[in-house]
Write a new protein. Structure first.
Length: 229
């Protein structure tokens, strides 16, 4: 028996013991109905006051939280300015004029030819210095980017390049997580969310070794956010 089989067996035994003590079964219709009802309603959790801000307040709080998490933030007035903002960041940090991105419709429609940036497409295999993504939303209360998986924005771009640049529309910055999940359910339809929803709050970091903070431990060392609008 493999270790995985042993883990599954132990979990089944524990859950079985809990059910027996509660006097219920996995086929209990009332319990199943209660679960279905909760999933259907998608009740909201408690929203802290710092998540209940106007648009300007949400942008300011998101920026503050991101910068405290060692990310950098830039503002542009419209989507057409994204290539120039990316080029300026690459030059300022002595990075190669090359980025890898997915098939995102917004990013692909931009005038990259007006810059010297070499754009490649598709999932990263780990050799790309810079990845570029388009976040579907962001959360102001925690300074968190929300990125959904798919060919438009491959998940590998979130983790493999040493530098990750993310564009997010100002209007997509919500105050709290509950609002973001409501947006995702509305956008994709309930029950058909993408395979993965990644939430990113700053560059990758770890303090596991001697309690010393190390950036880039399990992903990008640098995170740069471009807020559009």
């Amino acid at each position: 028996m493999s270790a995985r089989d042993g883990t599954i067996g132990a979990r089944a035994a524990i859950l079985g013991k809990i059910r027996r003590q509660l006097g219920v079964t996995a086929e209990d219709p009332k319990r199943n109905a209660a679960v279905d009802a909760r999933l259907t309603r998608a009740p909201k959790g408690v929203v802290p006051a710092r998540g209940q801000l106007d648009a300007a307040g949400r942008i300011a709080l998101f920026t503050e939280k991101m910068e405290k998490a060692s990310a950098s933030v830039a503002r542009v007035t419209n989507v057409e300015a994204i290539p120039t903002a990316v080029a300026e960041y690459l030059r300022a940090h002595n990075l190669p004029a090359a980025v890898r991105m997915g098939e995102d419709a917004l990013l692909n429609a931009l005038p990259w030819q007006k810059t010297s940036i070499e754009v490649s497409h598709g999932a990263s295999e780990g050799s790309d210095a810079v990845g570029l993504s388009h976040a579907v939303a962001a959360v102001a209360e925690s300074g968190t980017l929300v990125l959904t998986s798919g060919a438009d924005n491959p998940t590998t771009l979130n983790f493999l390049p040493a530098t990750h640049i993310v564009a997010v529309e100002a209007a997509a910055i919500a105050g709290d997580f509950e609002a973001v999940w409501a947006q995702l359910r509305k956008r994709y339809g309930k029950g058909v969310l993408p395979r993965t929803v990644n939430m990113v709050s700053g560059p990758s970091r770890s303090a596991d070794i001697e309690q010393k903070l190390q950036l880039g431990a399990h992903g990008p060392k640098d995170l740069h956010v471009i807020i559009v609008g």
